[in-house]
Design a protein. Structure first.
Length: 134
């Protein structure tokens, strides 16, 4: 789940987001719960195409990652990493102040590693949601 706010200027739109996600995995011996909390800022240029708004830009931020285990004694794991991502957004107004939105990004995470200092991880993100104009 994400919550955010956007400021639309003439040449660029600035968007701040706070995101939360989680996952569960049980392999028969160990139950693993993963959590991710992110804060980010994106800059986009938005093109109006009829009723649609197409935004293209770049997002950057920080993420906190946590793993918690149930089963054999295993210590919790936590990590912090930065990320950057090209982002594309498509918005469709529905009624007055309401809109539907589809966005996608290709995240590149920079995470701490014991042997090399920093390692990268790649991920993709697709989000469907809605919002309100103020």
């Amino acid at each position: 789940a994400d919550v955010g706010a956007r400021l639309d200027l003439r040449a660029v739109s600035l968007e701040a987001r706070l995101g939360f996600s989680g996952s569960d995995h049980d392999n028969g011996h160990l139950d693993v719960r993963g959590y991710e909390t992110t804060v980010s800022l994106a800059g986009l240029h938005v093109f109006d195409i009829g009723r649609l708004a197409l935004g293209l830009g770049l997002e950057g931020g920080l993420g906190w990652f946590a793993q918690r285990f149930t089963g054999p004694p295993t210590a919790p794991r936590d990590g912090i990493g930065g990320f950057v991502a090209p982002i594309v957004e498509l918005e469709l107004p529905i009624r007055r102040r309401y809109y539907m939105r589809l966005d996608g990004a290709f995240d590149v995470y920079f995470l701490g590693a014991q042997t090399t200092g920093v390692t990268t991880a790649l991920a993709y993100r697709a989000t469907l949601g809605g919002g309100v104009y103020f």
